[in-house]
Design a protein around this ligand. Structure first.
Ligand code: GLU
Ligand code: ZN
Length: 299
């Protein structure tokens, strides 16, 4: 069976240790299985973008020897594909307008309860479009409200889409496509078979699987690797100002990421070239060393 993996950073800041870990894990799993490793730039949300970050991320990955196959797929160039997918979902009676505010939704418990399915908004105020995820019209009515899957690392997972998720925004009030839908449309277009990424995305996986089902496409295998946390146990992220990687110590960065991924790299490996480090790590890659670990402190 062919293996197609990918790394899909959002250009909201420079690559930090946590994103290097995700990139490295997806790269190693793909290469270990003689698979392809694709690159997608999730630049779909201009307000959250940091100028120059996309190029900086790509250059940093190259400096770490993480070479991808083919061209980078830029989400900013994919509007037509997203529009078409949305139109198909609309024709299938799966999409409806919603003018509820975050405040309305929080007041009714935080999970969107499908209010506008039954009470369509009147007037011409700002509207989002939502996709039905449960209690679906034919030919999808046989899909259960609960999505179950087995994560390659985190084991059996189960989410009730009505109770735990709610119908998902697919077109935002500001007219931008929702990132969750774009991800799935692109994973389908790129033929992705394996998604190895940070465990912070585990909670959105069930709804993404439902998107695949509503596009009549087989979902990929998912494996969620531990997220790197900072001092207070919070995920390292651009939002909490994780430091950019030190480009003066490429080998050391890779070595630390391998330690974090519990691959037991020999101490001297950190002084080798990126190519040598990655060759060792590809050969010795054992994803099972991470079974059941969803977060751990940055070394
Ligand atoms: N672009 C997303 C992020 O940086 C990741 C998407 C994915 O791996 O599915 O959080
Ligand atoms: Zn609504």
């Amino acid at each position: 069976m062919p293996y197609i993996g990918r790394f899909a950073p959002s250009p909201s800041g420079p690559l930090h240790f946590g994103s290097l870990v995700s990139a490295l894990a997806s790269y190693l799993d793909a290469r270990h299985h003689q698979g392809q490793w694709l690159m997608r730039m999730d630049d779909i949300d201009p307000p959250r973008e940091m100028p120059g970050a996309a190029d900086d991320i790509l250059r940093t990955l190259e400096q770490h020897g993480l070479e991808w196959d083919g061209e980078v797929l830029w989400q900013s160039s994919r509007s037509e594909a997203y529009r078409q997918a949305l139109a198909t979902l609309q024709q299938a009676d799966l999409v409806y307008p919603c003018n509820c505010t975050r405040r309305n939704i929080n007041a009714s418990g935080g999970i969107y309860n499908g209010h506008c399915r039954h009470h369509p908004p009147v007037g011409s105020g700002e509207q989002a479009l939502r996709l039905k995820l449960y209690q679906l019209p034919p030919p999808f009515s046989q899909l259960a409200d609960t999505v179950e899957f087995t994560d390659l690392l985190q084991g059996p997972q189960r989410q009730d889409l009505a109770r735990d998720v709610g119908d998902a925004v697919v077109l935002r009030k500001d007219g931008l496509f929702a990132y969750q839908l774009a991800v799935v449309i692109d994973d389908i277009a790129q033929g992705v078979t394996h998604v190895i990424r940070g465990a912070d995305l585990l909670p959105v996986t069930a709804r993404q699987i439902r998107f695949f089902e509503l596009r009549s496409a087989p979902p990929p295998h998912y494996g969620h690797v531990p997220v790197a946390t900072g001092e207070k146990g919070l995920k390292l992220s651009k939002q909490n100002h994780a430091p950019a990687l030190n480009k003066a110590q490429i080998g050391e960065n890779l070595w630390q990421a391998l330690v974090f991924l519990r691959q037991n790299p020999p101490k001297a490996l950190g002084r080798e070239s990126p190519a040598t480090i990655l060759a060792w790590a590809t050969q010795h890659w054992q994803i099972s060393a991470l079974t059941g670990i969803a977060a751990q402190p940055t070394p």
